[in-house]
Design a protein around this ligand. Structure first.
Ligand code: SF4
Length: 297
């Protein structure tokens, strides 16, 4: 563990980089803004466009209506599918209602859809993901494999039967450590396992950055929503480095006593956290005497 002092003039703010919006989230939000300009409100959005309550609140204010199924949308209206992607069946249901669909699925999630769809009945697909996450459900829905299994932990590997021509796909926002462990253990059990890739590069880079930052910090703040998979993985990555870590929606949620005796604070944000919430946190911490480098805003 590094040595920390509590001298008041030694307060440091360590900004993890990269942090905040990934390209997939930016693309989905741009698609929403374009839809507003082209068709005007309301724009119906399936589930949540991205997992951030602040972003969803702003979208509601601008004219988004969040729905849980295409059947809730009036015939002929505009329906946006978010960054996490959906199965073909949802496109068909939207078409049956003559909806104008805008597909803002992240291209990296689409890659998983294609890999799952290219399988045949002779193959088995294993997905490392959270069963309740829309991204995992979307990949399952695209699978043409003979059998598709979802596992959420390495412990579940032993519950799998013998597999034929197995392929492993990973939910893009999970822990890269856990994804590597699962890939290795599955490969040991099924030597012919095909591994087209693990978590997405945006998740990988953000997790590595927070590990580096957390190694030098006593407390790490992650700005993001508690239901955001990637923000939770950032908190866990910081904890793995033995830093205390808090996941908070905005800096206003920071408990008053959290900074007592803390000299070095690390800061990062989930891939669906907007820049303004990060800037607000930096300004607040600066005002409390935590000085960052030239990146400070
Ligand atoms: S986290 Fe990765 S896969 Fe998910 S939207 Fe962002 S870039 Fe795309």
């Amino acid at each position: 563990m590094p040595h920390f002092t509590n001298a008041p003039n030694d307060k440091k703010l360590l900004l993890a980089s990269p942090r905040g919006f990934c390209r997939g989230v930016k693309g989905a939000l741009d698609a929403f803004e374009r839809a507003l300009n082209e068709y005007s409100a309301p724009i119906y959005v399936l589930y949540e466009l991205v997992h951030n309550r602040f972003v969803s609140g702003e979208m509601l204010r601008k004219g988004a209506v969040f729905v849980q199924s295409p059947e809730e949308v009036p015939e002929g209206a505009v329906l946006l599918f978010g960054a996490h992607g959906v199965g073909e069946e949802l496109f068909r249901r939207a078409e049956a209602r003559h909806l104008h669909v805008i597909d803002a699925t992240c291209p990296l999630v689409k890659r998983l859809h294609r890999a799952a769809a290219e399988l045949s009945g002779e193959d088995d697909l294993v997905i490392f993901g959270h069963r309740s996450h829309h991204e995992t459900a979307g990949v399952v829905a695209h699978s043409n494999a003979g059998r598709t299994f979802v596992i959420s932990s390495a412990e579940e590997i032993r519950t799998l039967p013998e597999l034929r021509h197995p392929l492993l796909l990973t939910q893009t926002t999970l822990s890269y450590h856990e994804a590597e462990r699962i890939a290795q253990e599955l490969k040991m059990r099924f030597p012919d396992l095909r591994l087209p890739g693990g978590v997405c590069n945006a998740s990988l880079q953000r997790q590595k950055a927070i590990e580096e930052t957390a190694a030098k910090a006593e407390l790490v703040l992650i700005i993001g929503s508690t239901h955001s998979s990637n923000a939770n993985r950032l908190r866990e990555a910081a904890e793995r480095m033995r830093a205390k870590a808090l996941l908070i929606e905005t800096i206003a949620e920071l408990p008053e006593d959290a900074l007592l005796g803390i000299s070095r604070i690390g800061l990062s944000a989930g891939a669906s956290t907007p820049d303004e919430l990060i800037s607000e946190a930096v300004r607040k911490l600066n005002s409390l005497g935590y000085r960052s480098g030239p990146e400070a805003v």
